[in-house]
Design a protein around this ligand. Structure first.
Ligand SMILES: NC(=O)c1ccc[n+]([C@@H]2O[C@H](COP(=O)([O-])OP(=O)(O)OC[C@H]3O[C@@H](n4cnc5c(N)ncnc54)[C@H](OP(=O)(O)O)[C@@H]3O)[C@@H](O)[C@H]2O)c1
Length: 264
């Protein structure tokens, strides 16, 4: 096998993971996409090789399936005959909703690592949940080593993948709406867009970093920054009037349900 990782589909998520993987010293990566130019551009930026899809399938140890769930069956028809006949071959799926058993039905009975990554993997700050078939167990540590620069990995039961995906996979879009809204408010109050965006982004990063380090519950954190009769509690009251928390919970539920539908 010439490549450690062969990415098939170099769109948003495949591209982010390939970017993270390319930071691993000595790693051999093949990139392929239906749009050959997309793979070539990314390969040039990352110092990897752009190849055709069948080559990535035939010559990679970890074949990373980076296409939309709806495209997976078509991809399987295309590459299943080309997959290497090797005990080392492992399929890695990032497809929302698709169970490992479905991947094996489509591609063949190869070991499967199922991951649920998010876009911040591109900057090494991703949250990636994963599970794997029993026969993939001997291959997992090596995969985690290759992907060490993607962010934080957490192993979970497959039954919880759709929920994890709704929080961490879809979350960057939800958080971006929040950042945009904070900056709109800042502009309304007289900040430049540039100032407002910087303050909102750094605030969210700092809040998350501090909470990860000290483990304090969000309610306690919020209480600690709301002084009696102050400005922060005035803002919190507005968010509660707008059913902020209930709306976010419904967004996560809707995303989770949609993941389940995509897997059917
Ligand atoms: N985006 C996220 O935040 C996120 C988070 C977690 C998981 N995921 C999962 O990641 C996977 C990819 O999502 P994405 O957002 O990266 O999608 P995307 O941006 O559309 O990327 C998919 C890429 O694969 C290409 N492709 C499709 N069929 C192909 C084939 N048969 N052979 C080679 N290349 C093919 C597509 O080309 P065309 O553009 O020509 O179709 C596109 O360039 C999905 O399964 C999704 O559930 C995404």
């Amino acid at each position: 096998m010439q490549y450690d990782l062969g990415f098939i589909g170099c769109g948003h998520m495949g591209g982010a993971l390939a970017t993270a993987a390319a930071r691993c010293a000595g790693v051999r990566i093949a990139l392929s996409d239906r749009d050959g130019e997309k793979a070539r551009t990314l390969a040039a930026a990352l110092g990897c090789e752009a190849v055709d899809t069948r080559t990535a399938a035939a010559h990679s140890r970890y074949v990373v399936l980076g296409v939309k769930p709806q495209m997976m069956a078509e991809l399987a028809q295309e590459i299943a005959p080309a997959l290497a006949d090797s005990e080392k071959l492992v399929l890695v799926s990032m497809a929302a909703g698709l169970e490992m058993a479905s991947i094996q039905r489509m591609f063949g009975a190869y070991p499967v690592i199922r991951i649920m990554p998010n876009i911040p993997c591109a900057v090494g700050a991703g949250m990636i949940t994963y599970c794997h078939t029993m026969d993939a167990a001997p291959h997992v540590q090596q995969y985690l080593r290759l992907m060490a620069h993607a962010g934080r990995f957490d192993r979970i039961d497959e039954g919880k993948m759709d929920a994890a995906s709704a929080v961490a996979g879809c979350g960057p879009a939800f958080a971006s709406l929040f950042i945009e809204a904070l900056s709109d408010g800042g502009v309304q109050c007289g900040l430049t867009r540039e100032q407002a965006l910087l303050y909102a982004r750094q605030m969210l990063l700092g809040t998350a970093q501090m909470a990860l380090e000290n483990g304090v519950h969000p309610a306690e954190f919020k209480d600690s920054v709301c002084s009696p009769g102050g400005s922060t509690i005035a803002g919190v009251a507005q968010l509660e009037d707008g059913a902020f928390r209930g709306t976010v919970m419904r967004a996560v539920r809707a995303a989770c349900e949609r993941n389940r539908e995509l897997g059917e």
